[in-house]
Design a protein around this ligand. Structure first.
Ligand code: ATP
Length: 235
């Protein structure tokens, strides 16, 4: 479904991502692991068209998308849920969700159906649907950001560090929801520092260090890999 071949991204003279190859098959849940600054968000921004690549090819369903405008990339079926959530704090939960369906705004029935589905997936958002997004807790805001991304009916969802800054119990719920979204048919590429929890729900993973992939494999292989265990799982 998604194929990155020798993708590099430079910021001025600094190479943040170098010659990266990543593939994601339809239906998979793939995780990118790596510490702060390893290049995970840069890769996501390159896929979603927010960051120009300096070289390489990004294919989505066999069509090159590198250099395409972000709105065209959303229309092709990729949605990014950024680390900083980017909610509209003064708008209600329901209004935030409806904004996520902007590309389907002329299909009212479909938007209403998506809204019902998202509110069913996140009962807390249903309960708080008329509250301002800014009044929600951190975990609820993260759920709202994911719910809003789902409203565009994506084929591929890019989730950037959804567990960041959340309490352990909420993190657990977050990973359960991500697994459910994937099982319901959305392909997921997830960037995480919470390696253990992410690998427990992922099919495969890539480990980033300083902009390059240093290890890759199935979740079982990565969970058993000494380098991964020492650096990311603390075992
Ligand atoms: P984090 O979890 O902290 O976001 P990350 O793995 O997502 O980490 P990136 O944010 O992609 O890493 O950053 C990769 C490298 O690129 C870092 O060294 C970062 O300082 C640098 N970088 C990121 N954005 C910019 C920018 N706009 N201009 C210059 N350098 C940048």
């Amino acid at each position: 479904m998604l194929e990155l071949s020798r993708v590099s991204v430079d910021y001025g003279g600094f190479t943040a991502v170098e010659q990266v190859d990543i593939t994601v098959e339809e239906g998979e849940l793939v995780v990118l692991l790596g510490s702060n600054g390893a290049g995970k968000s840069t890769i996501f921004n390159a896929i979603s068209g927010l960051q120009k690549t300096s070289s390489g090819i990004i294919l989505f369903e066999e069509t090159p998308i590198q250099g395409a405008a972000p709105d065209k990339i959303v229309q092709s079926g990729i949605v990014q849920c950024a680390e900083d959530r980017k909610l509209f704090p003064q708008m209600t939960v329901r209004e935030n969700l409806i904004m996520g369906a902007y590309i389907h705004r002329r299909k009212r029935k479909q938007v209403n159906r998506s809204l019902e589905e998202v509110l069913e997936l996140f009962p807390i958002l249903h309960e708080k649907r008329e509250n301002a997004a800014g009044s929600l807790s951190g975990g609820q805001q993260q759920m709202l950001a994911i719910g809003r991304a789902l409203m565009s009916k994506p084929k591929l969802m890019l989730l950037d560090e959804p567990s960041i800054g959340l309490a352990p119990l909420i993190v657990e719920q977050m990973f359960e929801v991500i697994q459910k979204i994937n099982q319901d048919g959305t392909t997921v590429l997830l960037a995480e520092q919470n390696a253990f929890a992410a690998l427990k729900i992922a099919n495969r993973g890539y480990v980033f260090e300083s902009g390059s992939i240093v290890v890759q494999g199935s979740s079982e292989e990565l969970l058993a890999n000494d380098t991964v265990r020492r650096a990311y799982i603390g075992a």
